[in-house]
Design a binder for this molecule. Structure first.
Ligand code: ADP
Length: 540
């Protein structure tokens, strides 16, 4: 009991601890952050993969302005993902800016691109030396030939995201400041680049968050605002579980992630609820187990107590008739009795006591045979009326001697029935004997034998102390004796009725009791007339 309670207590404490310390949420947070980090890494590689091929085709100052313009136009035509490309040579102060030729019919696009090129024309000459140094350092130190910059601008009352990849074109001598810029188009980023990136991250095999019930969803929003700018198809709104600002390529943008259709708080409370349910079920099982063990142990203890009561009762029952037999036999042996009736009385007492002994020993022997499964019955076609009459005849004297009114009622239409003579006679004697033992002032015993509904019924009725309703089922159990004070002062082993029941059932019948405390009891043994009923019962 104590270890079980300790185990349950520990389980509950542990769950409470997990709940309070937010361990479940923390584990999810770690996973979310991990996935966002992977996403940013991938974005960096993807951006590189887009810009690197352009860099290798980029013109340098060896070419004339017209050639440079033609080259930039060609590159842009081949790569619609860029909105414009810029070239700057500090030595000749040559600035060339070209817009995506494929979209010159889109006024919105043209407007914002021209605006950006115009601005670039003014700030690039000022910053070029500084930028070129930065690129050279990155190339030497990190082996990164392209750098990126990005952010939001307000254009025509509209927030536009711009992104520039910049580099030194190939074959530019170290002492020259020449730069190439390409701008990743906003529409391309929003409609293709980021959706592909998110799908790639979310569907990747090493996505630790992947699960069927609640797939993870991502979105990208301006770093300073939480409204989604680009979202994965399954983004269902709500607060992200984790966020990460882009640091390398897509400055001023942030990544956000959550589960579709649920929140971590919900999942954590579901997890705890599930664990509490399992714990409660286990506790219930454990309590059930303890209860069963307790019931078994107490049943065993009760049986042990009944057995020791039985031994005490039986020894007492054996000793009393033996002592009486010895006392009267010794008196007879002394030969001092004068009156003839005294002799008769003493012989009768000796006979009666030895009969009681025989009955008791027969009960005990029968009981032990039944317990060992060795009890066998000898069924023979029997005239039950005759059997009951002769059994009662040898008892009648004793019954009347004890001051009992005795009524015998044997119906004339009893058919022959297949029974074990001895067993039925013993059952009858047990019932009559109980009626004798458990009666006080109202001394009456009635025995009836009659036919009813395919069976023959043998009834023994008394007007004795009766049996409480709650005990009427138990009296047929072995060793059971009622709590009535008279029962305790009366000798008995608690075996008689359990034998009667066994015998009745072996005959395919049963025994029942009707009883009212202080009014009396009626025991009825019902025996089927048709022998196949008995065979069926025996088989079952
Ligand atoms: P016992 O040896 O105690 O008589 P039984 O198995 O014959 O054992 O009876 C079990 C118990 O049933 C008795 O101890 C008694 O309490 C109760 N009992 C049996 N017959 C009667 C009866 N005719 N009237 C009242 N109580 C009875």
């Amino acid at each position: 009991m104590v270890p079980a309670a300790a185990l349950m207590g520990f389980g509950i404490w542990n769950l409470k601890h997990i709940q309070r310390s937010g361990q479940v949420e923390a584990a999810f947070q770690r996973d979310f952050s991990h996935v966002l980090k992977i996403a940013e890494n991938k974005s960096w590689h993807k951006a590189y993969d887009v810009v690197m091929p352009i860099r290798s085709q980029f013109p340098n100052a060896e070419q004339s302005r017209a050639e440079i313009e033609a080259n930039l136009d060609r590159i842009l035509t081949q790569h619609p993902e860029f909105s414009y490309a810029l070239f700057y040579d500090k030595k000749s102060n040559l600035f060339v800016g070209r817009m995506q030729p494929g979209r010159d019919l889109d006024p919105n696009f043209c407007g914002r691109s021209q605006e950006a090129i115009k601005m670039a024309a003014s700030w690039i000459p000022l910053e070029a030396s500084h930028i070129a140094t930065k690129v050279r350092v990155a190339m030497e130190k990190e082996d990164e030939p392209v750098l990126f910059d990005g952010g939001w601008v307000l254009n025509d009352n509209q927030h536009i995201y711009w992104n520039l990849g910049y580099f030194i074109p190939p074959d530019v001598p170290k002492d020259r400041v020449e730069l190439g810029f390409v701008s990743l188009d906003e529409d391309y980023l929003r409609d293709r680049f980021f959706p592909a990136l998110m799908a790639d991250v979310l569907n990747s095999k090493d996505n630790v968050l992947r699960q069927d019930a609640y797939p993870p969803a991502m979105m990208i929003h301006p770093a300073k605002e939480s409204t989604p700018w680009v979202a994965s198809a399954n983004w269902d709104g709500g607060k992200p579980e984790a966020e990460r600002n882009f640091q390398y390529v897509f400055q001023d943008l942030a990544l956000a992630i959550k589960y579709h259709g649920t929140t971590v708080a919900d999942m954590s409370s579901r997890f705890l609820r599930y664990n509490y349910i399992v714990l409660s079920a286990l506790s219930l099982l454990m309590i059930g187990g303890i209860w069963l063990t307790y019931r078994n142990v107490s049943r065993e203890m009760k049986l042990a107590r009944l057995k020791s009561d039985f031994v005490a009762n039986v020894s007492h029952e054996l000793r009393t008739p033996l002592a009486l037999i010895r006392l009267y036999a010794e008196t007879l042996e002394l030969g001092r009795l004068t009156a003839q009736e005294k002799y008769h009385e003493y012989f009768r007492i000796i006979r009666e006591e030895s009969e009681r002994l025989t009955a008791l020993i027969n009960n005990i022997l029968d009981f032990s045979r039944i317990e060992a499964g060795r009890k066998e019955y000898e069924f023979k076609e029997t005239n039950l009326a005759e059997l009951v009459r002769t059994t009662l005849d040898s008892y009648r004297f004793q019954i009347e001697q004890n001051g009992f009114a005795f009524e015998e009622n044997i119906s004339g239409d009893i058919p022959p029935v297949n029974v074990d003579r001895e067993a039925i006679a013993r059952s009858l004697l047990n019932l009559v004997n109980n009626a004798l033992k458990y009666s006080k002032d109202q001394k009456y015993i009635g025995v009836s034998l009659y036919r009813s509904n395919g069976s023959v019924k043998l009834e023994v009725q008394d007007r004795g102390i009766g049996i409480a309703a709650a005990e009427q089922d138990k009296i047929f159990d072995k060793f059971y004796r009622c709590g009535d004070p008279l029962v305790h002062t009366t000798k008995g082993s608690g075996l008689g009725l359990s034998l009667v029941r066994h015998i009745a059932q072996a005959h395919g019948g049963n025994v029942s009791v009707e009883s009212v405390p202080e009014k009396g009891s009626k025991f009825t043994i019902a025996l089927p007339i048709d022998p196949s009923v008995r065979a069926g019962a025996a088989l079952a």
